[in-house]
Design a protein around this ligand. Structure first.
Ligand SMILES: Cc1cc2nc3c(=O)[nH]c(=O)nc-3n(C[C@H](O)[C@H](O)[C@H](O)COP(=O)(O)O)c2cc1C
Length: 207
């Protein structure tokens, strides 16, 4: 005899399926997982420390890495770059970017990496936030510095992106070019920073 499922059985199966799929969605929300296809990591790095942190984050969460480059690069000489950055901060000059990101609208989550310069957000990162509208996106700052912290950089990110959902920043000691210390996040220190990054990602519920 051919099996014919009853109408009640079909109803039970239908609602069972619906409740399974909504449970799956609730679980995703509960684990705080983000869509790895939609992650952009934009960073500025002169001596490689912030880039090392960007690489660690990418290893953990995936995403597209984009390094910010200027149309006219900064001088190699440390005193010359310090003088130029001071002047740019005083006058509010935004150095034009060579880097272009065509499909920024495709990303929901933007990690924003920068060193502390002049106890502020570096001018090229100000240029980026001025040029690209990140409203509605989740923005996650990360930073390296010479030991003096983030300065006013996070307030500046907030000012330049008032409609962004900005999560708690990661910040760690990198190099100190002034004293001839260039790439410091390597070897054992890189492993240590990797562990710090993993803890931070868990604390902001990205992992
Ligand atoms: C122009 C300039 C200004 C800097 N100003 C600061 C500062 O105000 N406070 C600080 O802690 N470190 C400062 N630093 C040191 C960098 O933040 C630190 O070396 C950082 O790790 C560099 O990152 P990077 O290797 O990704 O370029 C400055 C470095 C440069 C080149």
């Amino acid at each position: 005899m051919k099996y014919k499922p009853s109408f009640t059985l079909l109803l039970v199966a239908f609602f069972g399926l619906i409740s399974c799929s909504s449970n799956a969605q609730e679980q995703d929300a509960a684990t705080g997982e983000i869509d790895k296809e939609n992650i952009l990591l934009v960073y500025l790095s002169r001596t490689g420390n912030t880039e090392a942190v960007a690489e660690i984050i990418q290893q953990e969460v995936g995403g597209e890495m984009v390094q910010l480059k200027l149309q006219t690069p900064y001088p190699e000489n440390y005193d010359a770059i310090v003088e130029q950055v001071d002047k740019e901060n005083e006058t509010g000059y935004l150095p034009p970017l060579k880097t272009k990101i065509e499909d920024i609208q495709d990303y929901d989550t933007v990690f924003l990496g920068f060193p502390t310069w002049d106890m502020q957000l570096p001018p090229p990162m100000k240029s980026f936030l001025n040029e690209y509208d990140l409203s509605g996106k989740t923005v996650i700052p990360f930073n390296t510095n010479g030991g003096y912290g983030l300065g006013s950089s996070i307030q500046q990110v907030e000012e330049l992106c008032p409609e962004c959902n900005i999560l708690d920043a990661f910040s760690t000691k990198g190099g100190l070019e002034r004293d001839g210390i260039y790439l410091a996040i390597e070897g054992e220190r890189r492993d240590q920073v990797h562990a710090e990054v993993t803890d931070w990602l868990q604390s902001i519920e990205i992992q």
